[in-house]
Design a protein around this ligand. Structure first.
Ligand SMILES: [Zn+2]
Length: 256
């Protein structure tokens, strides 16, 4: 698997789970570490981007705590690992087994809601919005006009983890649309544009309005979920994914 050039100073690896690399004047900043892979493959990933950039990877920024984005952190144990405090807590609580012979690597630089990383004329803005999970964050590079959205964007029916909030997810998508960008790198799947975000936002707003209406009419959970389920959209990852995320959005309705 090879990194693909997205812009002059941005590369991405589409390896089932997407990993992005921004080339800054004195370092490479990786967004997400990637899923569990054989060590030889992960070492090659790091070597490849360092050779393309002629710079070492010194920083890794995590979009959220799920293992497919954080499992390969041991290959970046010498780097500054930036994450939200929520992400760090989730990662700690998950107590996942690390690769045999590799250290447990935890975030080293934490932020609550946002953080900026500036080097020369390049600025990376990191914002925690929630949505897919309550620690979901995006990274925006205005110079490269690239947004790295993590799993708030991926093809198919949106799927959210335990802390998924429909309201926060909607606000995150609305925020993406305000950014001056050309390219969106989702958590999984090919590059996206704002058209995809608009389409997803329209769907989520429809689900929100439907649930809101049912709730205000005093309908039962079963009725609310059935009404939301009737709104057609893209195919879910698995048959369980759709009812699962709708239930989470309903249960987390108050988390606004
Ligand atoms: Zn993922």
């Amino acid at each position: 698997m090879d990194f693909e050039k997205i812009t002059d100073n941005c590369y991405a690896l589409f390896n089932g789970v997407n990993t992005t690399a921004f080339i800054l004047p004195s370092q490479v900043v990786m967004i997400d570490a990637g899923a569990r892979r054989p060590p030889i493959e992960m070492q090659a990933v790091r070597r490849q981007i360092e050779s393309l950039a002629s710079q070492p990877v010194k920083t890794v920024i995590l979009t959220h705590f799920h293992s497919d984005h954080t499992h390969s952190l041991p290959f970046y144990s010498d780097c500054t690992i930036i994450a939200s405090t929520r992400l760090a807590k989730h990662l700690h609580d998950a107590k996942r087994k690390t690769l045999p012979g590799f250290p447990v690597v935890a975030p080293t630089k934490l932020f609550e809601d946002s953080l900026e990383l500036q080097e020369g004329t390049v600025r990376l803005v990191i914002r925690r919005t929630g949505g897919h999970t309550d620690d979901s964050s995006y990274i925006f590079c205005s110079k490269e006009r690239v947004l790295v959205a993590g799993d708030n964007l991926m093809p198919g029916y949106p799927w959210g983890g335990k802390g998924s909030s429909l309201h926060q997810w909607i606000r995150a998508l609305q925020e993406y649309l305000t950014l001056d960008l050309d390219t969106i790198i989702p958590g999984h799947g090919p590059l996206m544009t704002k058209t995809f975000v608009q389409d997803r936002l329209a769907f989520m707003l429809k689900v929100q309005a439907t649930m809101q209406e049912c709730i205000s009419q005093g309908k039962s959970e079963k009725e609310v979920l059935a009404a939301a389920d009737a709104i057609s959209y893209q195919k879910p990852l698995s048959p369980q994914a759709k009812p699962q995320v709708l239930r989470r959005w309903y249960k987390n309705w108050e988390h606004q």
